[in-house]
Design a protein around this ligand. Structure first.
Ligand SMILES: NC(=O)c1ccc[n+]([C@@H]2O[C@H](COP(=O)([O-])OP(=O)(O)OC[C@H]3O[C@@H](n4cnc5c(N)ncnc54)[C@H](OP(=O)(O)O)[C@@H]3O)[C@@H](O)[C@H]2O)c1
Length: 270
């Protein structure tokens, strides 16, 4: 789809939740190049201001920034306020990583509730609000940035994987409900990707950063390319084979044990 067609279908404004770095910033730069105006959201305003300046210098688009903690109970209300009267034709829910690096019982329950609030409740409220406006207009798109962790319960990322499984199922259902009404929904299921948040976590856990991780630019480009072709795209997996999702009960057990053995150092045990 060329830039004009993309803007006509998903413009004039894109709201990116978790926009200041990694895949979020990559989405922002690529959307600005297509001529979409941007509402950039994250907690720290410094990196958002820098990104907005950079994009404003390179492209003829408007950038609005908003410092919002997506784990706050009123986060979606704050997103709605930040958007104001602007017509949000594209919603990208990118923030979602698990920076806890801990097994379930070795972390305070409040941390798991905050992760669930950001990845499930805020996402749910946001797709309801912005999706409703898109349906009324008969056009628009929503990208739910997910993780391969959605396909299997794994030690060390239990709550994270559960939130991503919720998002996957919600996104697939919304794709089927909204596609006939002109609104595209895509679950962008990422593999390991070179982002500052991921590097920081690996460093904190003393795990060397692995080779062969995806680049944020490539992952964002795939998301924008596949947006009209939902409901789900898996990074680096063929589209015509079952991959990680098509597992029998026995295969699930074996796979959990195998991955748990490989990733034992990714979670802190007290
Ligand atoms: N990196 C990977 O290897 C990998 C693998 C699979 C899936 N994913 C998925 O890819 C997405 C991006 O991951 P990421 O590694 O870049 O880390 P991330 O922490 O999910 O995203 C970073 C961006 O989100 C913002 N953010 C994080 N928590 C926030 C909060 N509570 N409220 C508002 N903004 C928040 C950060 O800015 P502030 O810190 O300033 O808020 C930053 O702009 C996530 O959904 C993650 O699950 C990543």
């Amino acid at each position: 789809m060329d830039a004009d067609a993309f803007r006509g279908r998903y413009g004039p404004w894109a709201l990116i939740a978790g926009a200041s770095e990694g895949t979020g910033a990559a989405f922002a730069r690529q959307l600005a190049a297509k001529g979409l105006n941007l509402i950039l959201v994250a907690r720290r305003s410094g990196p958002l201001e820098q990104l907005a300046l950079e994009i404003g210098a390179a492209h003829d688009v408007e950038c609005v920034i908003a410092s919002i903690d997506l784990a706050a109970e009123d986060a979606t209300a704050q997103l709605v306020t930040a958007a104001g009267q602007r017509e949000v034709g594209l919603l990208i829910l990118n923030a979602g990583a698990d920076t806890n690096g801990s097994t379930f019982l070795d972390n305070a329950i409040e941390n798991w509730v905050a992760l669930t609030q950001r990845n499930v409740v805020t996402l749910l409220r946001a797709v309801h609000h912005f999706g409703g406006a898109m349906r009324a207009r008969g056009r628009g798109g929503m990208i739910l940035v997910g993780s391969g962790a959605c396909y299997l319960g794994l030690p060390g990322i239990s709550v994270y994987g559960a939130t991503k499984a919720y998002d996957l199922i919600l996104g697939e259902a919304l794709w089927a409900e909204l596609k006939p009404q002109g609104v595209d929904v895509l679950n962008l299921i990422m593999g390991r990707t070179d982002t500052p948040a991921h590097r920081e976590l690996m460093e904190r856990l003393g795990v060397p950063f692995p080779d062969g991780t995806a680049s944020s630019d490539d992952v964002a480009a795939l998301g924008l390319e596949k947006l009209p072709h939902g409901p789900t795209i898996n990074w680096d997996e063929p589209e015509d084979q079952p991959g990680m999702s098509g597992l029998s009960a026995n295969a699930r057990r074996e796979r959990i044990l195998a991955i748990a053995a490989m990733s034992a150092s990714y979670a802190k045990h007290d």
